[in-house]
Design a protein around this ligand. Sequence first.
Ligand code: APR
Length: 254
Amino acid sequence: MGLESLIKRAAKDVAKAKKVVALTGAGISVESGIAPFRGKGGLWEKFNPEEYAHINAFRRHPEKVWSVLLKDMFEVIKNAQPNPAHLALARLEKLGKLHCVITQNVDGLHQKAGNTDVIEFHGTLAWLVCLDCGKRFKTEEYKVKEMPPRCECGGVLKPDAVFFGEPIPVEALRRSQHEARTCDVMLVIGTSAVVYPAASIPSIAKNAGATIIEINPEATPLTGVVSDYIIEGNAGEVLPKIVDEVEKLLRAQE
Ligand code: APR
């Protein structure tokens, strides 16, 4: 099936669905200039995640993780804007055809694009939390005066993102599993589906009878196993076309 017919097929599945949920990964932010973690230009090709993104490594050398990895991530994210893929998901919510977004991303671009129900499965860089007293600071208001940034209590501040070796926020996990169990279409966009438990969310939806639609230029372990079909393209090109088609179908139903 060609790209255009897959886009039409996805629009039909979304338009007739009672509840659509999106699961997104770093790939949806690539067209906003944010590097993914794996594959071409992936962050983990530059930095060893065991050395820079594991909670034990952060506790041992917070100043190294902050000055090498985090500074770079914050810099890129500060200027990043939602791209047509994020904006398409915001339009889909406005059309009443997207119940929520479960995102693995920590860049806050879904909220910036206008989606109002975003489950941050891996937390967020928008907040910093003290490892000693737990006090939270809004990143954009925090003035970094030293490396690593510290709380008034002297404790080291960590971005409120989930590092390897840390648990998924309980509420995000519970809600994501509930939304996956009760949706009838799941859009799986821009994720390599290799990190658990996020990668198990499409299977939960599948086992509950949902249609799983992947949008990714490349196949993943879900393709042909969990996904009903994959639309092989960039999210920034594919998603707006799907939403345009959904809009047409909904107008024709009026
Ligand atoms: N549109 C859609 N998908 C894209 C695009 C694009 N323009 N560009 C790349 N992709 C796809 C890649 O083919 C790949 O499958 O996005 C995926 C990115 O994979 P990862 O970098 O592994 O990102 P993700 O799946 O979100 O990683 C999961 O791993 O390191 C942890 O916590 C980190 O949340 C992250 C988790």
